[in-house]
Ligand binder design. Structure first.
Ligand SMILES: [Fe+2]
Ligand SMILES: [Fe+2]
Length: 324
């Protein structure tokens, strides 16, 4: 019997994907379920053994696949996940959705900590380890893109967008025919770093509930070359990764920023990043709108085919997510 508690307050409770709850032998934290109509949270379990696949499936069908834990319990939950991650990733008998959801939850938390440290070195170090695991997982075995997309969070925080862009860039690159593990790892890290320059944009501008003003837009546009200048002297960042950071707002027909050059002058990895950057933004909450469904996001992007997006890369992505 569940007990209604309170309306969802993101400062008190954090969402976790139900699939991560198959990763740990014992989930010793109180779990809450949100009523889709009233938005109220009810106690779902007072800590228990692992959730088996039938129960996880049932929970997925109840809503968006999320349960909630109290913020005070979240560190303990992350500790359990991290302990199980290494063996889980090597366990071929574990389902791909379970492995992806666990990796995504651990990655997002590690990237959040690295972002809040303000230390680029930390972001690169954490990011490199996590995109390696994601690239290995996605480059072996069978999986459905739906499983990866369902494993991601869709809130409007910079670390969520960075993590999602990294994972989805790897997926699109692989579907587009890039198979070398080393390339997929580089593309993942490029995706993770693509918006790092937004650290220099004021929070007021980034969280404004209305559309950006021309002044805001000028400030936002500087995020591509700011971080480019920070990274371009590093020997461990490749040219392709730098171009992902520098060129992901260029447009297929030209007229984007920072340069406004046409697609022929834009690195293919940056064109992959442009598609994923827009897609992840559309399917995630933003201060000025709620997340869209995958099909609505796809329809909007189709209208910008050959204007903003490389048509071949966009087509590949739309085919990839078709059955998601
Ligand atoms: Fe950007
Ligand atoms: Fe972005």
């Amino acid at each position: 019997m569940s007990t209604a508690t309170s309306n969802l307050d993101s400062s008190e409770y954090l969402p976790i994907h139900v699939n991560t709850l198959g990763a740990c032998e014992c989930v010793d934290v109180k779990l809450f379920l949100q009523d889709s109509e009233t938005q109220k949270l009810s106690v779902y379990r007072n800590g228990a053994s692992r959730l088996e696949s039938g129960e996880r499936q049932w929970l997925m069908e109840q809503g968006d696949g999320m349960l909630y834990v109290a913020r005070s319990d979240y560190r303990g939950f992350q500790h359990l996940l991290r302990k199980s991650l290494a063996s889980l990733l090597k366990d071929d008998s574990a389902s791909v959705d379970l492995r992806l959801a666990t990796l995504s939850e651990v990655a997002r938390d590690a990237i959040a900590a690295a972002f809040s440290s303000g230390d680029v070195e930390q972001v690169i170090k954490q990011g490199r380890a996590l995109v390696h695991q994601c690239a290995v997982l996605l480059s072996q075995g069978e999986y459905l893109p739906a499983e990866l997309i369902a494993a991601l969070h869709h809130d409007d925080s910079p670390h969520t967008h960075a993590t999602n862009t990294a994972f989805l860039c790897i997926l699109l690159a692989k579907e587009f025919g890039i198979t070398r593990l080393g390339d997929l790892r580089q593309i993942g890290l490029g995706g993770l770093l693509h918006d790092l320059g937004k650290r220099d944009v004021s929070t007021h501008v980034l969280t404004r509930p209305e559309s950006p003003t021309p002044g805001d837009y000028d400030q936002i546009k500087r995020h591509t070359h700011g971080v480019y200048h920070q990274l371009c002297h590093r020997s461990d960042i490749t040219y392709g990764q730098l171009m992902m950071v520098y060129q992901h707002h260029e447009r297929f027909e030209g007229g984007g920023y920072p340069v406004g050059c046409p697609a022929v002058d834009v690195h293919p990895w940056a064109r992959i990043c442009t598609v994923i950057d827009a897609f992840d933004s559309l399917i995630s909450d933003r201060p000025y709108r709620q997340r869209m469904s995958l099909s609505n996001a796809g329809d909007i992007m189709k209208r910008a085919r050959e204007i903003i997006f490389d048509p071949e890369i966009l087509e590949c992505w739309l085919t990839t997510i078709k059955h998601s």
